[in-house]
Design a protein. Structure first.
Length: 249
């Protein structure tokens, strides 16, 4: 018999009992209450479009720096190579001349082309380069006379008077292909070789390079020219060298 004055027995729940799930931002019992009793629920930080644009800009600049550095290395590497081999014609890139007398820079290129011709690498030499207002001779004509004086037959020389490297190579390409020829050996200073080869290839020629090793240009000037060439090559590879010439004049 149960004593009516005994306290009731504690009955445990028969089923599973899960404690309430804490709600983010709402304090649980025992947690300190923020000043004023106000609870701030954290929200996801809004994205700043200017911050995203700045980060994208950093990435683009980094990629451009890497692209330029790789192009500069390529300019230097090609300038140190020599691909001399039998071809249809040797193309000498023009340089300054003084009233029919080649500058030291041009003479170094012509001497190298003469050596290649005498060694039997090609039966033809293409001289290139126009003139400035008031000049009596073009670079191409001065170069041809220089070679003739050193034993190259006049009929083995083709003159094209382009106003820049692209135009000179375009005219040279027309002359060479008109004769049913297609392979050329390009002669210039080392820093100039990569751009010259890429232009010739853009014009449809099979082009190889053989830079002169007797250029009077010192190392400091050569590196400065390499840096400028790298900029031109980097842009030319993206938009095409013909378009680059049309934009830069």
């Amino acid at each position: 018999m149960t004593d009516p004055f005994d306290p009731p027995e504690q009955v445990e729940p028969s089923g599973p009992f899960d404690p309430p799930t804490p709600v983010e931002g709402v304090p649980e019992p025992g947690d300190p209450t923020p000043p004023g009793g106000v609870v701030f629920v954290p929200q996801e930080r809004a994205r700043n479009p200017w911050r995203i644009a700045r980060r994208v800009g950093y990435v683009v600049v980094a990629l451009l720096v890497v692209y330029y550095a790789a192009t500069l290395f390529w300019v230097h590497k090609v300038g140190q190579s020599d691909q001399a081999r039998p071809v249809d014609a040797i193309v000498v890139m023009g340089a300054a001349q003084y009233d029919g007398r080649p500058s030291k820079l041009l003479a170094a290129r012509l001497d190298h082309a003469l050596e290649l011709y005498q060694d039997g690498y090609a039966p033809l030499i293409v001289t290139t380069g126009g003139n400035r207002p008031g000049d009596r001779f073009t670079e191409a004509e001065t170069s041809a006379n220089y070679l003739i004086e050193r034993g190259v037959p006049a009929e083995a020389i083709i003159q094209v008077a382009g106003e820049n490297s692209y135009e000179s190579l375009e005219l040279a390409s027309n002359e060479v292909r008109f004769r049913g020829l297609h392979s050329v050996l390009l002669v210039s200073d080392p820093y100039h070789m990569l751009r010259t080869r890429l232009i010739a290839q853009e014009l449809g020629l099979t082009a190889y390079v053989s830079p002169t090793r007797t250029s009077p240009m010192n190392a400091d000037n050569a590196f400065w020219h390499e840096m400028k060439e790298a900029g031109g090559v980097a842009i030319g590879r993206l938009i095409g060298f013909e378009r680059l010439v049309s934009l830069t004049g």
